[in-house]
Design a protein around this ligand. Structure first.
Ligand code: BGC
Length: 469
């Protein structure tokens, strides 16, 4: 059993999921089409031609799924609300049946003593909005705020904690700059407005949530340390550019109200508009969510080297930086480097770069290992246990160094649809047999349950899950 005495009193343990990755039921109860429905049905986009049409059928199995959360004793459950279930065409009137699903889910969580922490956008943009420009259009940010207002009005009497958007950086990079995720635009540096409009959407959502009386509002941002491949000047410059485009492009506007200076020319906005948008974007938050997986190594592109295929994503030619594999002996089955110290480094850097920033919650951390059931039907995943244990220690190290971290959520509660990688990658604490939809708790699930129980300073949720942090 693992104890983490350095974690502060009241530290909250949770699990995370996202709508498109688990729900299925894409054509039910008035749900509109999202960019992920479109993208997954285009040939060649997803490994094995897989899609989230059924996923883990959580839309129908949510009630029995909650038992896997409750029996583990988690304090918080981070799930996402599918915009196309609530406002099927992105703008216009609300879909009552969609709202009713999340209503039941929230009530089910509270009845089990679990605090609901919904994310309002985890990449599933209504296709009708994409057809009008998607995140390249400023109107999408306004439509988002309207949708958030509808959800807050319906659930705000019971939901006290909200996350606006998930990983704007990954969505911009893979969905708009590259072609690996929906909507697969491949715009390179022309994708920058998609970043700005998501940031604006975040700020407008904070405003809508506050006016609906929300208690705690945050965001979930992916962060990774960016290492230069060598101390050579050109590698350091390349790594700095990549760091600005991924980590700083999103954290700095939110936490400091400004853009990295070097990226300003890429934003097609006049100074007055930019200043007023930044005032909205930098509205104070109650927590800042960090999603962490692995560090990134960058070099200045070398003449004559073909970088295509060095990573799992499709890197266009002519960029001022080139991602190269991170040198690590230890890797997940997804091929990602296992570097727990990278999480400590990310937390320390945020703490130093943004004095006065809100408390941090680790809103995602986890690993894909392909463990399958043994002959006796159990699933043993010792490598996931080692991964999670080491990363919790890395959080404890950051806390000992003075970083205010209040919680840790495992990605993910269940095996699920891993975007471009389909169902091969398994991040869950609970195994899912996709042919039968049977759930099997992995040994990491039991380990996590014991960790939560052993760290007794953590809150014991009251029956309505709404004890004070
Ligand atoms: C995303 C999740 C994803 C996980 C593992 C994060 O980028 O928020 O949706 O499944 O990483 O790739």
């Amino acid at each position: 059993m693992s104890e983490f005495p350095q974690l502060p009193a009241g530290f909250r343990f949770g699990m995370s999921t996202a709508a498109y990755q688990i729900e299925g039921a894409v054509e039910e109860d008035g749900r509109g089409v999202s960019i992920w429905d479109t993208f997954t049905h285009e040939p060649g986009r997803i490994r094995g031609g897989e899609n989230g049409d059924v996923a883990i059928d959580h839309y129908h199995r949510w009630e029995s799924d909650l038992a896997h959360l409750a029996d583990a004793g988690i304090h918080d459950y981070r799930f996402s609300i599918a915009w196309p279930r609530i406002v099927p065409r992105g703008t216009g009137s609300a879909n009552e049946t969609g709202l009713a699903f999340y209503d039941r889910l929230v009530d089910g969580l509270l009845a089990r003593g679990i605090r609901p922490v919904p994310t309002l956008y985890h990449w599933d943009l209504p296709q009708a909005l994409e057809d009008r420009g998607g995140w390249l259009a400023r109107e999408t940010a306004e439509a988002f705020a309207d949708y958030v207002g509808i959800v807050a009005e319906r659930l705000g009497d019971r939901v006290r904690d909200w996350i606006t958007l998930n990983e704007m950086s990954v969505h911009t990079l893979y969905g708009y700059a590259l072609t690996d995720h929906a909507p697969g635009r491949g715009l390179g540096f022309e994708a920058l407005p998609a970043a700005h409009h998501q940031l604006l959407a975040h700020g407008l959502a904070v405003r809508a949530l506050r006016s609906a009386g929300a208690e705690r509002v945050g965001v979930a941002a992916q962060h990774f340390p960016v290492e230069a491949a060598s101390d050579a000047e050109e590698d350091l410059v390349a790594a700095g550019t990549f760091h600005a485009l991924t980590n700083r492009l999103f954290a700095q506007p939110i936490l400091a109200g400004s853009y990295p200076e070097e990226l300003r020319p890429l934003l097609p906005l006049d100074d007055a508009q930019l200043a007023s948008d930044l005032a909205v974007i930098s509205a104070p938050l109650d927590f800042y969510g960090v999603n962490y997986y692995e560090p990134v190594r960058i070099e200045a592109p070398r003449a004559g080297v073909d970088y295509a295929g060095t990573l799992e994503v499709d890197i266009p030619e002519g960029l001022p930086f080139a991602p190269v594999p991170y040198p690590s002996e230890e890797r997940t089955d997804f091929g990602w480097a296992i570097v727990p110290a990278g999480l400590t480094a990310v937390l320390a850097e945020l703490h130093e770069s943004y004095p006065g920033m809100p408390p941090i919650v680790i809103t995602e951390n986890g690993a894909s290992f392909h463990d399958v059931p043994n002959a006796d039907g159990t699933v043993n995943d010792p490598r996931r246990i080692a991964y999670l244990d080491a990363h919790l220690r890395a959080v404890a190290d950051a806390v000992a160094a003075g970083v205010d971290v209040r919680g840790y959520y495992v990605w993910s509660a269940f095996d699920n649809f891993e975007w471009a990688a389909g169902y091969q990658e398994r991040f869950g604490l609970v195994y899912v047999d996709y042919a039968t939809q049977e759930r099997i708790r992995k040994s990491s699930w039991a380990w996590y349950r014991d960790v939560i129980a052993a760290n007794a300073s953590s809150p014991t949720p009251s029956s309505d899950g709404q004890e004070q942090a």
